[in-house]
Write a protein that binds this ligand. Structure first.
Ligand code: ATP
Length: 324
């Protein structure tokens, strides 16, 4: 078994609000991610995906309180001071492929200048070698050297994405964190972008770990090894992508609902809305929307063997085995 690059244990993030209230944005998240592996973290808008990513980068706002543990390459991220985060984490252990590359790139500097600046900050490249290294860094993300002297506003969406990816790869961080890397892209560009992320995951002797946060299940299906489904701040299921998207499919009713809502599947939306994260029920947070809910769901299901549900969907093979 490959050692985990990212190890998250019982991670919780709460935001303190006025009037002694709080928002439980992430609760009890636990998972590991190995080198060469891609985990897609999926779930509806507002379920806590980006807050989890911000916790890993030490970018939470001042009203956030964290608990649990998140280590990358052996370094504890939660509670790390700003100096450690700047010197040892961002770009070096955890590299961010941003949601909106055009906004992430500095508008008044050329791509080449930004690559050189990042090379200076993260590597020991001598000054006279910077241009050559910038060309090589661009090449890794298939960004054309002929465009290095362009400003971000002169780039197409796809090239801006490649420029941001090239910047993210410079520090050779063992963990690539892609937060909604395909938002606003057409399907062709989505496929190219995620294929490139997958390629970077597989690169090198051991590869990198890739955590891709996305609401795009087709993108997750295309490149993920495993899928983690988040609902109302909790991970409710983690499964192999092959069985999640194929047979027998997900076991959690929410995860099944997410897939059934896809236009290319049943196109049937999950009824109702997720609960407010400031006012979560004591039991299963999905019970109010779940057609399998029973009295048991008034108590919260433990997360065990990759699933938190009192009445998971029956797996056909298991059902026939039970009846055999
Ligand atoms: N600084 C904050 N103070 C209070 N609540 C916050 C703060 N930042 C985020 N939240 C809340 O945390 C919850 C989780 O937000 P998050 O952005 O992680 O969702 P998400 O799953 O990434 O959604 P999306 O896909 O829309 O980005 C939301 O209810 C959000 O309103």
């Amino acid at each position: 078994m490959t050692a985990a690059v990212l190890s998250v244990r019982d991670l919780s993030v709460r935001f303190r609000m006025r009037g002694d209230r709080h928002v439980a944005a992430v609760t009890g998240a636990s998972f590991d991610l190995a080198a060469g592996e891609c985990l897609a973290l999926v779930g509806e808008s507002g379920c806590g995906k980006s807050v989890l990513a911000s916790a890993l980068l030490g970018l939470l706002p001042g009203n956030a309180q964290t608990a649990g543990s998140a280590t990358v390459d052996g370094l504890e991220l939660l509670g790390a001071d700003e100096r450690t985060l700047a010197r040892s984490v961002r770009g070096r252990r955890v590299a961010l492929v941003p949601q909106s590359p055009a906004a992430h790139l500095t508008p008044v500097r050329t791509v080449g200048a930004q690559l050189e600046e990042t090379l200076r900050a993260l590597t020991a490249t001598p000054r006279r070698e910077l241009r050559r290294a910038a060309v090589a860094a661009a090449e890794r993300a298939a960004f054309p050297a002929s465009h290095l002297d362009r400003y971000p506003h002169e780039l197409s969406g796809g090239l801006a994405q490649r420029a941001a990816t090239a910047l993210a790869l410079i520090g050779d961080a063992p963990l690539l964190l892609a937060d909604e890397p395909t938002t606003g892209l057409d399907r062709d560009l989505v496929n190219r972008t995620v294929d490139e992320l997958r390629r970077h995951t597989d690169d090198g002797a051991t590869g990198r770990a890739l955590l891709m946060i996305t609401h795009d299940l087709a993108a997750a299906e295309r490149i993920a090894d495993r899928v983690a489904v988040m609902y109302a701040g909790r991970i409710v299921e983690i499964a192999e992508a092959r069985t999640f998207f194929g047979e027998p499919g997900p076991l959690h009713p929410y995860a099944r609902g997410l897939l059934a809502a896809l236009p290319e599947r049943d196109f049937t939306p999950i009824p109702g809305m997720p609960p407010e994260l400031g006012d979560l029920p004591d039991g299963c947070a999905f019970a109010a929307r779940c057609d399998r809910a029973t009295g048991l769901c008034a108590t919260r299901p433990d997360f065990a063997s990759g699933l938190a549900c009192h009445h998971p969907a029956a797996v056909p093979g298991e059902r026939s085995a039970a009846h055999a």
